[in-house]
Write a protein that binds this ligand. Sequence first.
Ligand SMILES: [Zn+2]
Length: 247
Amino acid sequence: MKLNTSKHILKCLRRHIKEANNIVAILGVEMLVESGGVNFDTNDETYRIEQEYGFTPEEILSGSFFCAKQKMFYDFYRKEVLRTSIHSTPGYEALLILQKRNKLKTVINKNYYDVPKEIKFDNLISLSGTVSHNFCPRCKKSFSSEYLISKEGIPYCDSCKASLRPDIRLFGERINNALFTQAVNACTQADLILMLGKDTYHDNLLPNRTESRKQTRILFTSEKYMENPDFDFIIHDEIQEIIPLII
Ligand SMILES: [Zn+2]
């Protein structure tokens, strides 16, 4: 296995993790892709979706599109979003080990897919909602993703006949304030932040650098030339390869 990260950096990361007592892990796009999810935010995927649907993934997964073109939204959502099944990775296993050692205190999921079902985090903040939950905006009844898959076109509530909506944050919609505050507080108190992939929504969860001098931040990203002064280390290896090596 050939790593992009040098032995020296690996040693530094190991030391930071060993010394840390309050780690926050933020699950981003790369973490999702390694567990079987699709990253719509690539040139290839954007092109493919645009050819097939006439709109970009970001346009379709927006709050305004959902209101205006619900049938097309659900055609896309069933075929492209709900087809994904998420499996565990050595990256998730490594996070569980950090949790067992009482170092990992909070996990913030920025993806709208649940973490793999065998992975149980004690303190998980699902900031973007989840595709496994849908609800009726009128009577608040809950529906599974299987219910959505079993229907054609726009899915309706079987009690009050209103059209359903997935419990995920669509682009252009406001973030859940209570959850956001919880996530920001967890990040503020952390002595080490593991940013496991890109954040599609670009929410700023991290406290101001000057107020958090003792906080170490490690960004894992597949984007090779990315520079970011907010992070002490930027790692370009697969998360599932490198995390088991540094814990
Ligand atoms: Zn209803």
